[in-house]
Design a protein around this ligand. Structure first.
Ligand code: TGC
Ligand code: FAD
Length: 393
């Protein structure tokens, strides 16, 4: 049985003063939702490795799907700080819950909004925003992860439709998705996006089992066996790898905030526990070694919160570069994974149980530091940006 959710947000540098009343209201709304609807159930769903299907509608009603998408398409029309705060609060509950929202908003709705036809926007965006439909994003393949340019999924012209073959691996939401935005090569070898719908002949979404991480998020494959895709389902306004990478920039931004949410939860839990647990006649919090861990945690959280806030301002001004987003994603994942590990140690044996959220966060963060570009790939993106030399290959 998990402990009651007593979360109190660390704000060491009064970053709240940088937020508007609307930002704070949005954050409180999502925080209260997580306390009421997610925290009481998430541990059991994680233990069973089950996706809580009912959250799809709830997240839609809460406005967590496509918060920056214009209201005319069912989105929230909000700014990037609001979007970031939402992702922070969802991942404070569980990375898998934030993943569901990231994929839906940044990897499915965003490409339809940015690269789709007006008909595609009208058809898909409102249903995705409300949570009536769930979407997934297929870029990674079994043999091509960090290097998506080498993908082999491809489609051929067949008159009024194209025929798609290939497969995608590690796809979040795949087993429950109604639609999939899939990236594949055309006959000229150029990458294009296609919108697939469940039920298309030859299209299947087998579940990937046995994950020790992100257990409340359903992960699957996408298999395309001569799938006939109508030409009106091709995203008309982008060609090349910049199409999917543009979506990743939006999702990586949300992950930067989300991972800090997980770190905040671990720190808050460890701080509270260390004041209550007594050993050698004193609270754990009175020992210098434990204080050092807590002091480093709150310092790293504060630095990451400030980086995220500044990045949000740049995003709102349309001035943020993909490389800045990449740095924030990498930094947030690294500090969160370190904080989760140290927080787990502060709880001793209790830290490995499901009574507390820390071990679940720690395991989840192994996925978060890997997907949307691994830690190494993001180091190389910064390396490329500052030296002008690509070291990927
Ligand atoms: P490169 O030559 O550098 O770039 C190709 C074109 O794309 C442009 N570009 C970007 N555009 C927007 N945003 C970005 N972040 C961009 N990065 C690059 C670039 O300007 C170029 O444009 P153009 O006009 O010149 O064609 O490409 P490369 O083949 O050298 O690869 C670079 C590399 C390794 C950094 C890239 O491929 C990469 O990021 N690899 C990591 C793969 C990755 O992140 N996969 C994520 C899969 S989706 C996922 O994990 C979802 S998890 C969801 C969840 O559950 O939350
Ligand atoms: P690889 O690319 O094989 O990398 C293995 C190791 O080699 C890594 O440490 C990497 O950093 C290192 N490496 C690779 N290339 C270099 C290099 N040039 N220099 C130095 N080191 C290098 N993908 C999607 O398309 N959609 C999704 O919804 C999605 N959801 C996911 C959900 C989960 C739970 C997970 C685990 C993954 C998901 N992914 C998704 C896939 C994810 O994006 C990839 O796992 C990730 O991009 C890494 O690819 P890979 O696993 O093939 O690792």
């Amino acid at each position: 049985m998990a402990q009651a959710d007593l979360f109190q947000s660390p704000d060491y540098f009064k970053i709240d003063d940088l937020l508007t009343d609307e930002h704070k209201l949005i954050r409180e709304t999502v925080r209260n939702y997580v306390k009421k609807e997610i925290s009481p159930i998430v541990e059991e769903f994680a233990q069973r490795a089950e996706f809580p299907v009912k959250i799809t509608k709830q997240l839609g009603e809460l406005g967590c799907f496509g918060p920056t998408v214009p209201q005319e398409y069912g989105g929230g029309g909000l700014d990037y700080i609001s979007y970031g705060l939402m992702m922070q609060e969802l991942e404070r509950g569980d990375s898998g819950i934030r993943s569901t929202a990231s994929v839906q908003g940044s990897l499915v709705m965003y490409p339809i909004l940015a690269y789709g036809s007006e008909e595609q926007k009208q058809k898909y965006l409102p249903k995705l925003a409300s949570g009536e439909w769930l979407g997934c994003f297929g870029l990674t393949e079994p043999d091509h992860g960090s290097d998506p340019a080498a993908m082999i999924s491809n489609f051929k012209d067949a008159g009024d439709h194209v025929v798609l073959n290939g497969s995608k691996m590690w796809i979040s939401n795949a087993p429950f998705s109604h639609v999939a935005v899939v990236w594949a090569k055309n006959e000229q070898g150029k990458i294009q996006g296609l919108i697939l719908e469940r039920g298309m002949e030859g299209f299947s979404t087998p579940t990937i089992h046995n994950k020790w991480s992100l257990r409340v998020s359903a992960t699957g494959e996408l298999v395309f066996d001569n799938v006939k895709v109508p030409k009106e389902n091709i995203l008309p306004n982008v060609r090349g790898l910049k199409g999917p990478l543009g979506c990743l920039t939006k999702a990586r931004y949300g992950i930067a905030w989300g991972a800090v949410g997980a770190a905040m939860d671990c720190y808050d839990t460890a701080l509270r526990y260390s004041k209550e647990r007594v050993q050698f006649g004193k609270p754990l919090a009175s020992f210098q070694l434990q204080q050092r861990k807590l002091a480093i945690m709150v310092t790293e959280i504060t630095k990451a919160q400030l980086l995220n806030w500044r990045l949000g301002v740049l995003m709102n001004e349309n001035k943020a570069t993909p490389e800045q987003v990449s740095m924030a994603k990498r930094n947030a994942c690294e500090i969160a994974a370190n904080i989760a590990r140290d927080a787990r140690q502060i709880l001793g044996g209790m830290g490995i149980t499901g009574e507390y959220s820390i071990m679940r966060h720690m395991m989840n963060l192994e996925s978060v530091i890997t997907y949307e570009g691994t830690h190494d790939i993001h180091l190389l993106i910064t390396g490329h940006d500052i030296t002008g030399i690509k070291a990927f290959s």
